[in-house]
Design a protein around this ligand. Structure first.
Ligand SMILES: NC(=O)c1ccc[n+]([C@@H]2O[C@H](COP(=O)([O-])OP(=O)(O)OC[C@H]3O[C@@H](n4cnc5c(N)ncnc54)[C@H](O)[C@@H]3O)[C@@H](O)[C@H]2O)c1
Ligand SMILES: O=P(O)(O)OC[C@@H](O)[C@@H](O)[C@H](O)[C@H](O)CO
Length: 388
């Protein structure tokens, strides 16, 4: 059984690759990082170590790797043979892998009748659907209905914290023990991929919203406020009394709309939040705030982890959010020079003004209450700049 996985990075090796191996797949990683591809091709195995006292280690075997820029034909051949295709490249990269994936699916269509499912494992709502949209931009009108019958793009939610890391063994990856991978079974075409560890559900939306607007909302707020207070890592940010209580406040707000909207059990949701806050404080993980804060343009988008829960809190709970808005303000103040999107946000604020920048990034109506609150909190936070 062959799996083709795009993106041999943190989550690709540390999570998806690991579950594929445990489920009996051979995994062909596809990446553009030559060093990584060459190392996987040479070693044919790598280590995954759990970030816990016992540091339990697994060896992931049965892996190979291809550089999609150097060997596109081989990637196409692998897609022809695959039982499943997965991705973990980042939401903005899906458009770049789409042309090659379209070529692979075209060739496969002409050679193999067996259906194939393509699962994007990215932190966003509708990742596989977006990938499908991008792939379909490369198809003819005649091909589209034929591909609909043969290829599935089920959306998914993935949860496992895998920090950026530099280890002596460059393929080794340290991951937190916890993981969750939920896939929309209604969009599967043909057989359900036999991957142990996936939970298949009929309605993914509550799962992806619960994950993105709890884990990623809390994480982003810890990162942006941590950065604001001059803190380097997420667990240090969680040790900072003010950041800790602002994260908890934001998760109370997102929890209030999630439990109401989806009729989640309130006590079970509190336990879910407690566990997440504990995961952020894992002493065995050193996760830089700049990784978690990365790509603020994406994170300030209307459907992402900051603005969407703030808007939904207003709509569903009927109140003004206090903490989520502070997180949005901190994201707008994020000026890390090593992050192109952060540089772009600061440039837009300087050149177009704060209000035009907020409108452009969040797509919020300039006359809305949420917009007004964000402007207020931005100025309040900017004036209160202190170091930890
Ligand atoms: N790290 C985590 O904790 C975590 C957890 C859950 C979900 N995710 C999601 O997984 C995705 C990947 O995150 P990550 O942390 O593993 O990032 P990463 O940067 O470690 O890995 C991304 C990989 O994609 C590769 N890549 C870039 N362009 C490519 C292309 N055109 N073709 C093939 N490969 C390409 C990169 O070289 C890199 O190896 C993101 O959407 C992220 O939100 C991450
Ligand atoms: O990957 P991003 O940039 O969407 O978000 C950064 C982190 O919040 C994220 O990678 C988490 O570690 C992960 O989503 C945990 O499951």
């Amino acid at each position: 059984m062959l799996a083709v996985h795009f993106g041999a990075g943190n989550i690709g090796r540390g999570f998806i690759g690991s579950l594929l191996y445990q489920s009996g797949f051979e995994t062909c990683f596809v990446d553009v990082n030559s060093e990584l591809v060459d190392l996987i091709a040479e070693k044919k195995e790598y280590r995954v170590v759990l970030a816990e006292d016992a540091k339990q280690e697994s060896i992931i075997r049965n892996v190979r790797a291809l550089n999609s820029q150097q060997n596109p034909e081989k990637v196409i051949e692998a897609i022809v043979e695959a039982e499943v295709v997965t991705t973990a490249v980042g939401p903005h990269i899906l458009q770049f892998i789409a042309p090659l994936l379209a070529e692979g699916l075209r060739k496969r269509y002409s050679k193999v009748e067996k259906p194939l499912n393509i699962i994007a494992c990215e932190n966003m709502i509708g990742g596989s659907s977006l990938l499908k949209e991008k792939v379909y931009e490369h198809l003819t009108e005649e091909e589209k209905p034929l591909f609909d019958e043969r290829f599935g793009f089920p959306d998914s939610a993935v949860d496992r914290i895998v920090p950026n890391q530099t280890n002596e063994d460059k393929l080794m990856v340290i991951v937190e023990p916890f993981y969750e991978w939920v896939v929309d079974e209604t969009k599967i075409v043909g057989e359900t991929p036999a991957i142990q560890g996936i939970t298949f559900v009929k309605d993914l939306v509550p799962y992806i919203e619960r994950k993105l607007f709890t884990v990623n909302t809390g994480h982003a707020i810890a990162a942006y406020l941590g950065y604001h207070f001059g803190i380097a890592t997420i667990n240090e940010a969680m040790d900072h009394e003010m950041v800790h209580s602002l994260v908890e406040g934001a998760l109370k707000e997102s929890g209030a709309f999630l439990t109401k909207k989806y009729d989640f059990d309130v006590e079970a949701h509190s336990q879910y939040v407690l566990k997440i806050v504990k995961r952020f404080s894992n002493p065995h993980i050193s996760d830089e705030v700049t990784r978690v804060a990365r790509s603020p343009i994406r994170k300030l988008g209307p459907k992402d982890r900051l603005v969407s829960p703030a808007q939904q809190y207003m709509d569903v709970v009927g109140d003004e959010p206090t903490y989520l808005v502070k997180g949005i303000a901190a994201a707008l103040l994020y000026d890390f020079a090593g992050d192109e999107e952060a540089v772009q946000v600061q440039k837009t604020i300087q050149e177009a003004g704060l209000e035009a920048a907020i409108q452009e990034l969040t797509k919020l109506d300039g006359s809305s209450n949420l917009f007004r609150l964000i402007v207020e909190q931005y100025h309040a936070l900017k004036e209160s700049k202190v170091t930890a």
